[in-house]
Unconditional design. Structure first.
Length: 208
């Protein structure tokens, strides 16, 4: 069952985080953009369109009605659905994007298998996630019970995500990372670096 509770009832609070933490948001968008291939694709777990809109992605999927309504106002064609059962034909997408949502999925391997199914040969799955095995990631994991949004989340390490991508059949797996300190205290956008282990916001690209 999709974990939409807080996302259905606290849309303004969700949107407010990005406004209040502008430099962290800019860092996240830059990190995703650096890994996103060309072509047309879909953001799975598009939410309010906070990433799809600036990245020019016109198609999204989300189980939360409240989030979908906001995304549609930003010009995104959003359909109801979950990552484990995508409403698209086989081989129909150049890329699939997932941003800080795998921690809410019921079945991450199944979601990756679905992404693989809907991708064209040579297409890419790009996944941005909170890396549990980083200094800030450990703080997030330890305090998630206090968060309205992350209370039910399961955070993963980069190694765990890579293993699940390989299991789904993906190859050419590359990582980047950003946000190396407390995202609430940033005074400018953080750099995007290759690899993992330092930045709490990790981005991985894997090819079908």
């Amino acid at each position: 069952m999709a974990k939409t509770g807080a996302f259905d009832t606290q849309v303004e609070r969700y949107e407010g985080w990005f406004e209040k933490n502008r430099f962290a948001y800019e860092s996240q968008v830059a990190a995703v953009r650096s890994m996103l291939p060309g072509g047309s694709g879909v953001e799975v777990g598009v939410g309010t369109g906070r990433f799809a809109a600036p990245l020019g992605i016109k198609l999204g999927v989300d189980p939360s009605r409240a989030m979908r309504e906001v995304a549609r106002k930003k010009g995104i064609d959003v359909v109801s659905g979950v990552a484990e059962d995508l409403p698209f034909p086989d081989g129909s997408q150049d890329f699939v994007l997932m941003v800080t949502v795998i921690c809410f999925f019921d079945d991450v391997p199944e979601a990756f298998a679905e992404a693989y199914r809907v991708l064209k040969p040579g297409g890419s799955l790009v996944v941005a996630f909170i890396d549990r095995e980083t200094p800030i990631g450990r703080i997030y994991d330890g305090g998630k019970h206090e968060s309205a949004f992350y209370r039910e989340a399961t955070f993963y390490s980069a190694a765990e995500v890579e293993d699940m991508l390989i299991e789904a059949g993906f190859t050419s797996i590359t990582f980047s990372q950003t946000i190396f300190g407390d995202p609430r205290g940033l005074t400018e956008a953080e750099p995007v670096k290759e690899g993992t282990g330092e930045g709490v916001f990790a981005v991985v690209k894997a090819v079908k």
